[in-house]
Structures are given as structure tokens and as C-alpha cells.
Design a protein around this ligand. Structure first.
Ligand code: ZN
Length: 297
């Protein structure tokens, strides 16, 4: 079985449209997160599938009933931080306050310990690795933010593409990266986002089977706004609009096909997160591009 995850946020909170001015007006935008998340819950119920929900504290504060509903459906509640600030835009002190506040909010609402964290925009990078010991100190068991790709705003090229236990300076922390594959020397993210919406499903399925044949779990991620082709259009750069609105009308049938093709569950149930210390601390060697090109998918 594989891991299915959803990042619960409003359509106007995505990083590619973020700006200080827009952020100040979040409260004035039409909220669509409840209706869209209910679509997700119905889709999962129809397929008798449970998932991990990385929830924004800002959303939890305004829609406590929705969070309780997600938990009552048997899904895993995890944290997407509080205010959707990129980790690369935060100081360690601000990051600690953000992840602490969201964890507390979610635990107060559900009465269940929150184990997992996913950074907005997957922005735990080489420059923000200080975030990992902070997550361990704040009581998180795993992180799902490190993507072993080269990207302008996120990614840690050369990092382990499979789930693994890190020994941070503050104790162990599991890392559960979203699925990637090596295609012709370039590691690409297929777990969600633009690639998932752009590639033909047959091609995607072939890549996902490649991971499955290695005995590795897929770690897929989606957002409630991806099931909302009617959402109001945000102003922004051309390529941001293209990436955000691409094939939204095809997402519900595509996720349905995915659920009919593979079996999924929450991260905390599909991956053994017991705190066994590794023999050697995890290190991040500077791997030259030629070596990254080796197919280790
Ligand atoms: Zn997000």
C-alpha cells in the first residue's frame, strides 16, 4: 500500500500567488476550502481510502468543524504550518512559533497527537535544514518536505528519495519525501502538482509502477483547490497561472483513476515510524550533477 496526502489550504494561499498585500487581505477572499475538502472526503469515502491531511493552522482556526470532520472520517491529521510562510522566508524563531502553534491548534481540536509536518512549498532546502531539529524538538515524528530535485524555490538535490530516519542534532526525525523518479538523468516530481496534472495518466502510471516494483511506497500529494475548476482566477505571473489552473477539470477523474489503480493509506500507518536510531547520522554530501544523473529511482 502507498501513502496519500492532501495539503489543506485555501485557493488564495498558494505560494505562487503569495504577496504581502494579498496576505493582508486573506480574510476578504471567498472561502472555498470547506466545500472542496468535503469533495475530497466524499471521493475517499467512495473508495474506502484514508489519507494524511496536512492542515494549515490558519484554516483550522477558522473551520474547526471541518478539521473534526476529517478526523472523524479516520484520516490522519498533520500540520502544514500555521500561516503558509515559506520556511526559506522565516527565521528559526518564527518557524518554531509557526509549527508549534499549528500543532497545538490541531491537537486541541482532535485530541490526537500530530506527528507529521509538511512545509509550504516544500521549502526545507539546504539553506533551511535548521528546521529539522526544530521539528524534532517540537515533538514531530516525521517531515514530508524534502524533495530531492533541483528547483528554484525548493528541493535538496542528492538527498535520499526514499523515506528514511534522520539523526538531527535534537534527536531522530523521519523524512518522508514525495515521490520522484529519475528520467534521463533528471529527477522529476510525479507525486502531485503540475507534472501530475500535465503528464498522460498512462505515462504517470508507468512511472509509479517503477517505484512500486522497487518495493517502495508512493507518497502522493494533492490540494482541495485542485478539485475546484470553478475557483476565482487570481492575478499573477503567466507561468504561475498556467501551473495553478492547468487541467483542474481533469483532476477529479484522474484522482479517481489513481484510487482505482493503487491502494493508499495515511503515512503514519503505511510507514513504520518507530524511532530506531541509524548507525550513522544522515549527511548531505555535495553531489555533482553527473552523479545525480544516475538512475536511483
Ligand atoms: Zn501549501
Amino acid at each position: 500500500m502507498h501513502c496519500l496526502t492532501f495539503d489543506i489550504e485555501e485557493h488564495f494561499q498558494v505560494s505562487r500567488f503569495d504577496s504581502p498585500i494579498r496576505r493582508r487581505h486573506w480574510g476578504a477572499f471567498e472561502s472555498r476550502v470547506t466545500a472542496n475538502t468535503c469533495k475530497v472526503l466524499e471521493l475517499l469515502a467512495r473508495h474506502q481510502t484514508r489519507a494524511t491531511f496536512f492542515i494549515l493552522g490558519w484554516v483550522a482556526e477558522r473551520h474547526p468543524g471541518l478539521i473534526k470532520q476529517i478526523a472523524e472520517c479516520g484520516h490522519e491529521i498533520a500540520s502544514h504550518g500555521y500561516g503558509h510562510e515559506l520556511v526559506t522566508a522565516q527565521t528559526p524563531e518564527l518557524f518554531r512559533a509557526d509549527v508549534r502553534k499549528s500543532k497545538q491548534l490541531l491537537e486541541d481540536l482532535t485530541g490526537t497527537p500530530v506527528q507529521g509536518y509538511r512545509a509550504p512549498g516544500f521549502t526545507i532546502t539546504r539553506e533551511t535544514l535548521w528546521a529539522l531539529p526544530i521539528l524534532a524538538e517540537e515533538g514531530y515524528t516525521y517531515d514530508s518536505s524534502l524533495v530531492p530535485i533541483r528547483h528554484e524555490h525548493c528541493g535538496l538535490p542528492g538527498s535520499d528519495p526514499w523515506h528514511h530516519l534522520k539523526q538531527t542534532s535534537s534527536g531522530p526525525l523521519w523524512e518522508v519525501p514525495p515521490s520522484t523518479v529519475n528520467l534521463g538523468g533528471v529527477r522529476i516530481p510525479i507525486a502531485g502538482g503540475s507534472y501530475f496534472r500535465l503528464l498522460p495518466f498512462a505515462a504517470l502510471c508507468g512511472l509509479m509502477r517503477r517505484i512500486e516494483r522497487k518495493g517502495r511506497p508512493l507518497v502522493m500529494y494533492f490540494h482541495p483547490w485542485e478539485l475546484d475548476p470553478q475557483q476565482p482566477r487570481m492575478e499573477g505571473p503567466f507561468f504561475s497561472q498556467l501551473a495553478h489552473y492547468l487541467n483542474l477539470d481533469k483532476m477529479e477523474p484522474r484522482i479517481t483513476t489513481l484510487l482505482n489503480t493503487f491502494r493508499f493509506g495515511p503515512i503514519s500507518e503505511q510507514i513504520d515510524l518507530s524511532p530506531v536510531l541509524p548507525l550513522e547520522p544522515t549527511v548531505f554530501p555535495a553531489i555533482p550533477p553527473a552523479e545525480i544523473a544516475q538512475d536511483v529511482a
